[in-house]
Design a protein around this ligand. Structure first.
Ligand code: ADP
Length: 164
């Protein structure tokens, strides 16, 4: 089978069960899925790029066809560099649609050879976002149904460090 590489770019600050659901779906469609942590907006993130990559690597260890990487610049350029045929993005409740459509069309102009494939998560994760998880954790809520145990532990550790 010829190789069909997909890039799944994002902040993953931190990764949630929604992201992981999408990675698994993409890995069923492509021969290789590169989960690519963007290095562009580090300052506004809770976790460093390395911390986010470590979490993703730990959680997806042993998953076939999945690679964790990071990139600087435009996803379309990174996709070209990696010889990818597609960019994977997620569509949750309707709020994502307009934003994702805009960046998909922009990426199409930047690199006409690459298509954006939007995937829908399982219904349970339709309203889940990294931002929501961070907000609930900061307010002391239970996030164990939204993120894997490794992320729960790392979030609690980060909050303790921020307090001291
Ligand atoms: P970005 O800063 O690029 O939006 P995110 O890590 O927030 O980075 O999201 C990366 C991609 O994953 C986006 O396309 C987003 O819509 C998708 N995504 C995030 N959470 C979910 C979820 N719960 N279900 C489906 N897609 C999701």
């Amino acid at each position: 089978m010829p190789e069909r590489i997909a890039i799944y770019p994002g902040s993953f600050d931190p990764c949630t069960y929604g992201h992981l659901d999408l990675i698994q779906r993409a890995a069923r469609m492509f021969t290789h899925v590169v989960v690519a942590v963007a290095r562009n907006n580090e300052k506004s993130c809770m976790f460093t790029v390395e911390e986010r990559m470590d979490l993703l690597s730990e959680i997806t260890k042993g998953w076939p066809r999945v690679e964790i990487a990071s990139f600087t610049g435009l996803p379309a350029d990174y996709a070209r560099q990696r010889g990818a045929v597609a960019l994977v993005r997620g569509l949750r409740a309707i709020s994502d649609f307009e934003f994702e459509l805009t960046i998909a069309i922009t990426n199409q102009k930047l690199n006409p050879e690459i298509d954006t494939v939007c995937l829908m998560p399982s219904e349970s994760y339709l309203f889940l976002s990294s931002r929501l998880v961070k907000e609930i954790a900061t307010l002391g809520g239970d996030i164990s149904s939204f993120v894997p145990p490794q992320v729960v532990a790392r979030l609690h550790e980060k909050m303790r460090l921020n307090e001291s």
